[in-house]
Ligand binder design. Structure first.
Ligand code: ATR
Length: 279
């Protein structure tokens, strides 16, 4: 019988996950289908109950359900538990197990670029859910120096205080981060600034950016945010959010099927869907 996989969220119509995963099922000759379901927050518990009843094989969880899903599952992986959010669920013999592959997807991309990631000096811009997944996962894999800057300082302080993994962190005002920017090897932009309707904005000035710096923005629509354009113009290396999106999907696919899929194939599929080229 065909296995069913899904993504649940609201809104979900523009999700690229169905195209990406259905292409992989076909490519690896797996009798499975991936479908997007728009689920209202009030219907989440019923949706999970329905998934259990039909014996769904696994599903992704996106905004606004990544936190609310947790009490509805049978087990949560320790990293996902510490992050406080789940984006991937695996059905293991009727037990729904929650994981977070957002942070590990991002870190996988960085590890492919830096052999010595642990010793890099990193600045994270933002302190929301995405920043939390990335900060905790980077601390978990042993990155030693991770600073955070955010508009609301208390949110950054809470994020750092909640992290169970040992790491050196300074919390910086945006202006302080701008002044010290030249000290960072890797800068990770996790806020919504740069995405519509804020496409003409950037979260901070790159005036002091080191030209050897690597600037990553987790936004992939647009493919090049204003921040990345400015970084490119300063001859820094840049990365958009496609790699994180593809890698979180690849790690979910691996958990479901045991196959680590071809991420270049996934990237091409997603870029074709978005109608752009690699940044
Ligand atoms: P996500 O789960 O996608 O990370 P989130 O939890 O809503 O989203 O977090 C959004 C992040 O973007 C936060 O760091 C937020 O800053 P605050 O903590 O000060 O709210 C940041 N952000 C969003 N819009 C912003 C803006 N106009 N200026 C500065 N920061 C902004």
């Amino acid at each position: 019988m065909k296995s069913l996989y899904a993504v649940i969220g609201k809104p979900i119509a523009h999700s690229m996950s169905p195209v990406m995963h259905n292409d992989l099922f076909q490519h690896y000759e797996l009798d499975a289908h991936y479908h997007a379901f728009a689920i209202e927050p009030d219907d989440l518990a019923d949706a999970v109950k329905g998934f259990r009843a039909i014996g769904i094989s696994g599903f992704n969880v996106t905004v606004p359900h990544k936190v609310a899903i947790m009490p509805l599952l049978d087990e949560i992986d320790p990293l996902a538990r510490s992050i406080g959010a789940v984006n991937t669920v695996v059905n293991e013999n009727g037990r729904l197990i929650g994981y977070n592959t957002d942070g590990s997807g991002f870190v996988l991309g960085l590890k492919n670029k830096f052999d010595d990631l642990e010793s890099k000096k990193v600045l994270i811009i933002g302190a929301g859910g995405a920043a939390r997944a990335i900060y905790f996962t980077m601390a978990h894999v042993g990155v030693k120096h991770l600073d955070i800057t955010n508009r609301t300082i208390t949110k950054a302080e809470n994020l750092a205080n909640d992290c169970p993994y040992s790491v050196n962190t300074s919390i910086l005002q945006l202006e302080e981060a701008e002044n010290r920017l030249g000290a960072y090897d890797i800068i990770i932009q996790t806020t919504s600034i740069g995405m519509a309707p804020q496409t003409e904005c950037e979260p901070l000035s790159l005036h002091n950016l080191s030209k050897n710096a690597f600037v990553s923005d987790i936004i992939y629509n647009p493919l090049e945010t204003r921040l990345l354009k400015m970084a490119r113009e300063k001859a820094a290396n840049t990365q958009n959010g496609i790699e994180m999106f593809v890698n979180q999907g690849a790690l979910a696919f691996e958990k479901w099927t045991g196959i680590m899929p071809d991420t270049s194939r996934m990237t091409t599929k997603v870029l074709t869907q978005l109608g752009g080229t690699k940044c």
